[in-house]
Design a protein around this ligand. Structure first.
Ligand SMILES: [Zn+2]
Length: 241
């Protein structure tokens, strides 16, 4: 509800103007906010007076929450909590669908140079590919055929992760093992390619997950494990373990 969001903003920023509420709440128009504020005045949840806005510091009509406005917010908060526990305690089966559209993209240092093990990316490419990612290593045999072997991983900073594969520290067992395996395959004429997962925003129930959500480690691991499960079921050999 717009009205509730407006009230919440006014509670957090006492003496804010309608323009600043519009910005903070990412509302379509100031008129929309103005209308809600007048409604809130009618209900006695806020009052308005000419004052210096706490945010933009211009002399404007600003909004201040009243004690019944604070009560209203508390009641709303309680209602939300009730709703939450109702979801958790539902005895029926919960359900959400996943509609996942994805694509694996090779990394490029520039237009022509694809990242293949063990190329060290230049500074610009490193910057470009540094975002939190789900990635995979794929193996291409000397005849140019992709193998049914795949390594799927996640990284908070993909380029730092790449560096660890190229120059594994002594304590990094997985990295050392893969480095050894990749080096052997390389000598046999294989190409080892790193690809980054891109996907369209999808919903887990009513919650949107998009590529920015990969900032969160749990979400990154969720997408990583979802892909690993998928390839495992598709008969691939996961070289993760
Ligand atoms: Zn303002």
């Amino acid at each position: 509800m717009i009205k509730d969001i407006v009230l919440k903003i006014i509670e957090e920023k006492p003496n804010c103007c309608d323009d600043c509420i519009t910005k903070i709440g990412d509302f379509k128009s100031r008129q929309q906010v103005n209308k809600r504020c007048n409604k809130l005045v009618e209900k006695g949840f806020i009052f308005r007076e000419k004052n210096k806005c706490i945010i933009c510091e211009n002399l404007k009509i600003t909004n201040i929450i009243t004690s019944s406005g604070v009560n209203e917010l508390n009641t709303l908060e309680e209602k939300k909590k009730d709703k939450r526990s109702a979801v958790l305690e539902k005895e029926n089966f919960g359900r959400f669908n996943i509609n996942f559209e994805f694509k694996w993209n090779s990394l490029f240092e520039d237009e022509n140079l694809e990242f293949l093990f063990p190329i060290d990316l230049n500074k610009e490419a490193k910057k470009k590919h540094s975002s939190p990612s789900v990635y995979r290593w794929i193996l291409i045999n000397p005849e140019g055929k992709k193998l049914q072997d795949v390594y799927i991983g996640e990284a908070s900073e993909l380029t730092r992760r790449i560096y660890n594969y190229l120059k594994p520290g002594e304590s990094q067992k997985t990295n050392s093992r893969l480095n050894k395996l990749f080096t052997e395959l390389l000598n046999l004429g294989y190409n080892i390619s790193l690809q980054k997962l891109s996907f369209k925003p999808f919903y887990l129930g009513e919650y949107e997950i998009n590529e920015n959500s990969l900032e969160n480690k749990l979400t990154r691991r969720f997408v990583e494990h979802m892909m690993a499960s998928y390839y495992l079921n598709a008969g691939y050999n996961l070289i993760n373990a």
